[in-house]
Design a protein around this ligand. Structure first.
Ligand code: UN1
Length: 512
């Protein structure tokens, strides 16, 4: 392990030797295969650790189930206090955790710090929520009866997270799960276990200060797809929250449904934006560029399809090409860089394949080449691509996790909305317009069919306060803000009769 990583991990309270399993607050080396962690920056090995076996995963689930018994009755505001203190730890370690996120994912420093900020924000949200897990009181049709609902903790939650937001998406789930009274078993991406180990370590220092909170409220199991499958299959986990590819999500959904569990899925996005003739083109260039090339095109919310009104298309493409040609691409730790590396060579190959396919389908490709000069050796650095293409080209149906932006033209808003919605995925969407009727049409029932619908901002960079997720093949799940917490709880409808009589609902007479 390089010295820099070692000191970073120490600051983040990670134990030496590095372990891939934390169960009931105790670290243990994974008894499975060893896993080398590479930095996308230069492909150098950051660290090695061993993965969890199925027995260790089983123990982690058992530990969460055991912790649930006490945790569920702890008052929710007290659970909120735990989350508040965890948020404080994140504030104190934002810089170091951000650095680790950059090293492990290759995202630029500003975005890595933003990711940790997103964790802090969800902790703050969850603390407030811990006093607002409201149930409704309904008017009973029977005299002397109270009809009301209570929300109770659901049980241990399995969280499967992806490499591109290695810590924020876990925090969306974990912070909400904890205030809701649910322990968590976390399987991070195999590409990003170090940030997971760091988060678990920081959390454990907080839990250790509470004598009324069982350490089993958080388990970490580092490993591959087989661990995800095991979480999906285990009925001790009433909820499995999974972020990643559509095939992965489909497999999780089927397995969880088989045992009639609940799944919360945040899968592929193939996000589109309509740029209307009234749009502010300066704002358009900035919002499009951030959404399309930020995180090197590796967000679920990345902008992948542009539908531009034909009257402004030449102008907009010209402006975008100028910005694209001057993008600072390279080492993500350099504050001047805006586009870091792709996560690995597979991602680079997928980008090349998509661009070859786009050309075969009549697309005119600008940029998209791999860079070797002025970038760190070993990483996969690419020039983001703009592809002018027909709106019915089949490649537009696919999400490629890379900075490729397909640009199509339209002449009528309704047909643009039809094209926009005509993909299997439904995560995020946007319209840029200064015409209120166009904006409202896009937000209406006849507009975008996505879970996130924006006006005059890009498709990425959502705040935690809203519910995050999407429709169709995106999986239908909602995480983070608004009332997404309800997925992490069970609802009990209570009818309490204080009348001393027994009137039956629906006026039924049943005299004995
Ligand atoms: C993801 O890519 O899985 O809205 C999450 C955004 C971020 C979260 C993205 N706040 O772009």
């Amino acid at each position: 392990m390089a010295n820099h990583i070692e000191s970073l991990l120490t600051k983040l309270k990670v134990q030496d030797p590095l372990c891939g399993v934390s169960c009931g607050g105790i670290w243990q080396p994974g008894a499975g295969e060893s896993l080398a962690v590479f930095s996308p920056i230069d492909r150098k090995t950051l660290a090695e650790l061993t993965t969890a076996t199925s027995e260790q995963t089983d123990q982690a689930i058992a530990s969460a189930a055991k912790a649930f018994v006490d945790f569920r009755t702890l008052p929710a505001p007290r659970r909120g206090e735990l989350v508040r203190q965890f948020g404080e730890q994140l504030r104190a370690h934002q810089a170091e955790l951000g650095q680790l996120v950059t090293l492990e994912t290759g995202k630029i420093t500003a975005e890595a710090l933003g990711e940790v900020q997103e964790m802090i924000d969800i902790c703050d949200f969850a603390v407030g929520l811990s006093r607002q897990l409201y149930g409704k009181t309904m008017a009973s049709e029977r005299a002397g009866h109270r009809l009301a609902e209570q929300w109770h903790p659901l049980g241990p939650v399995g969280v499967i997270s992806a490499f591109n937001f290695p810590v924020a998406v876990w925090a969306w789930n974990a912070a909400i799960a904890w205030v809701c009274g649910d322990p968590v078993v976390w399987k991070p991406s195999e590409k990003t276990p170090l940030t997971a180990v760091a988060c678990q370590s920081l959390l454990e220092t907080v839990v250790a200060e509470f004598d009324d909170i069982p350490p089993g409220i958080s388990q970490l199991v580092v490993g591959g797809a087989e661990i995800g499958k095991q979480l999906a299959a285990d009925s001790r986990l009433p909820l499995v929250s999974a972020t990643g590819s559509v095939p992965m999500g489909r497999a999780v959904a089927v397995t969880v449904a088989q045992r009639l569990g609940r799944s919360l899925l945040e899968l592929g996005g193939n996000n589109g934006m309509i740029v209307s003739p009234s749009a502010d083109l300066e704002l358009a260039v900035r919002s499009i560029t951030f959404s399309a090339v930020g995180t090197c095109g590796q967000r679920c919310t990345t902008l992948r399809r542009l539908m531009v009104h034909e009257s402004i298309a030449d102008d907009l493409v010209h402006r975008l090409r100028k910005v694209y040609e001057n993008l600072p691409i390279g080492d993500p730790t350099d504050p001047a860089t805006l586009v870091g590396p792709l996560v690995d060579a597979r991602a680079g190959a997928a980008m090349e394949r998509a661009l070859t396919e786009a050309r075969l389908q009549g697309g005119k490709v600008h940029g998209g080449n791999q860079l070797t000069k002025g970038v760190p050796n070993g990483g996969i650095y690419v020039q983001p691509a703009l592809v002018e293409i027909a709106s019915d080209a089949p490649i537009l149906q696919e999400e490629t996790f890379a900075p490729i932006l397909y640009v199509t033209r339209y002449n009528d808003l309704n047909s643009a909305i039809r094209v926009h919605n005509d993909v299997p995925q439904g995560l995020s969407s946007a319209i840029l317009t200064c015409d209120a009727a166009e904006a409202e049409t896009f937000c209406s029932a006849a507009g975008s069919d996505c879970g996130i619908v924006n006006v005059n901002i890009g498709t990425s960079g959502a705040e935690i306060g809203g519910a995050f997720g999407g429709e169709k093949e995106t999986g239908g799940g909602r995480e983070s803000g608004s009332d997404a917490w309800k997925t992490y709880m069970r609802r009990a409808t209570n009818t309490v009769n204080y009348s001393g009589k027994l009137p039956l609902a629906q006026g039924i007479r049943f005299d004995v």
